[in-house]
Design a protein around this ligand. Structure first.
Ligand SMILES: *Cc1c(COP(=O)(O)O)cnc(C)c1O
Length: 431
């Protein structure tokens, strides 16, 4: 018996399903998850000594790979001065200044500890500022694990609940009354948003979306889509919230809003901004952000918000993400796509990619919305995933997730990824 198998059995005794976040259990793809012993640059090593090229990167944060020297040094130095004070520190200002300098729509930012908190606080802020209760979210977008956004959500919610009716809560325990405040529209369909804004005139506080969807697999916005949403929201007095928890500092120096040239009212950040430590943020114009307590009436708080160790890691990460780094990420993505495209076509699979974020889909044409992702051959994806893992390439264990290339990947490592994914496509189709 492998050590991972043994640890999974032991974990199951004391942790539900043996994991602390459901997709880690590999239910969607079959097989048991390897328990990870350590990360080394762009690889992870499991407790049985297997090495994998890591295209999960802790689900996005590890854009510089594992245990980056500068990030590690900054975190250790901060920890040695004390782990948490619940009082303001200089590092928080420096991280906030870096975020404000990069992200076009953000004048002021508040730090918190998870992407879930960032979207929860941003939505409350929009409701508080607009005095409206309804929100619109898009099918297949994931905004964390709080009640109001667990409706037609992507990521683990899509992975674990199949074929439920529209506008039903995505999980037992979400009150129907809460879900009823969340209206849902398909991604890449501006007409559906226009219809909702007209039908609920003066009642919709915010439209929240991932500007590049990553939690139904990678699905880019159609040309002009984000611009059209911006116009419609402005006309309706509705906030446009970009959930850039995944895309923030991943698809460009100033995030997706800079890449696509669209300015949201509020932006949620997480993952890369914390460099692998628990840190997230939300920000926007001073006029909106100053409505938060203590200046304004809208409450938001967190005991570990702006944690000094996480802040130090986030700063050390962002500082290294310069133009050369983003060029490298684009080059790596271009090369990967070009190299595996023939195999994808041959095996009737497809790929969506934005920079270093991508998904291989088990359907012949790349999906543009959630219902198209749901038509994928999930059994085929499971075989592909397991073959890739056996070949030393660690992909996210669900069709409804995006994979990430780390910036420090060498050309040799990229070649191994191409070979591994190409062989896995063959293996997925021989059964
Ligand atoms: C990961 C993710 C979240 C949730 O962040 P957590 O830190 O897991 O709470 C929210 N939105 C998007 C777009 C994400 O990718």
């Amino acid at each position: 018996m492998s050590r991972s198998t043994h640890l999974l059995a032991r974990a199951m005794e004391v942790i539900p399903g043996g994991v602390n976040s459901p997709v880690r259990a590999f239910n969607a793809v079959g097989g048991d998850p390897p328990f990870i012993a350590r990360g080394e640059g762009c690889e992870v090593v499991d407790v049985d000594g297997h090495h994998y090229l890591d295209l999960v990167g802790s689900w996005g944060p590890l854009i510089l790979g594992h245990a980056d020297t500068a990030v590690l040094g900054a975190a250790m130095a901060a920890a040695s001065r004390g782990s948490s004070f619940g009082a303001p520190t200089e590092g928080e200002i420096e991280l906030a200044e870096e975020i404000v300098a990069r992200v076009p729509s953000v004048d002021k930012v508040r730090l918190c500890s998870s992407g879930t908190e960032a979207t929860m606080h941003a939505l409350r802020l929009s409701r508080g500022v607009t005095g409206r209760d309804l929100i619109v979210k898009l099918e297949g977008c994931y905004h964390g694990a709080h009640d109001g956004v667990l409706v037609k959500a992507g990521s683990g919610v899509a992975t674990f609940s199949r074929g439920e009716a529209t506008a039903q809560p995505g999980s037992p325990g979400v009150p129907a009354a809460t879900a009823a405040l969340t209206l849902v529209a398909p991604f890449n369909d501006p007409g559906a948003i226009r219809a909702l804004l007209e039908a609920h005139d003066q009642q919709i506080a915010a439209v929240i979306l991932e500007p590049v969807a990553g939690n139904m697999g990678c699905v880019p916005p159609a040309p002009g889509y984000l611009q059209e949403l911006r116009r419609m929201c402005t006309d309706a007095g509705t906030h446009l919230i970009f959930d850039e928890v995944m895309t923030g500092f991943r698809v460009g120096r100033g995030s997706a809003q800079e890449r696509f040239g669209v300015t949201p009212d509020l932006t949620c950040m997480g993952k890369v901004v914390g460099g692998g430590y628990p840190l997230a943020a939300f920000g926007g114009s001073a006029a909106i952000m100053d409505q938060l307590a203590p200046l304004g009436p809208i409450y938001q708080a967190g005991t570990l918000s702006g944690n000094p160790v996480a802040v130090a890691a986030g700063r050390a990460t962002l500082r290294q993400l310069d133009d050369a780094c983003y060029e490298r990420l684009e080059t790596l993505g271009d090369r990967l796509e070009e190299a595996i495209q023939p195999a994808l076509t041959y095996h009737k699979c497809s790929m969506n990619r934005v920079g270093s974020m991508f998904t291989v889909f088990f359907r012949p044409t790349p999906p543009t919305r959630f219902d198209e992702v749901q038509q994928c051959d999930l059994e085929g994806f499971g075989r592909f995933f397991r073959a890739a893992l056996n070949g030393g390439v660690y992909l996210p264990p669900s069709q409804y997730e995006a994979a990430f290339l780390p910036a420090r990947l060498t050309d040799e490592q990229l070649d191994r990824i191409v070979d591994g994914l190409t062989s896995a496509l063959v293996a997925a189709h021989v059964h």
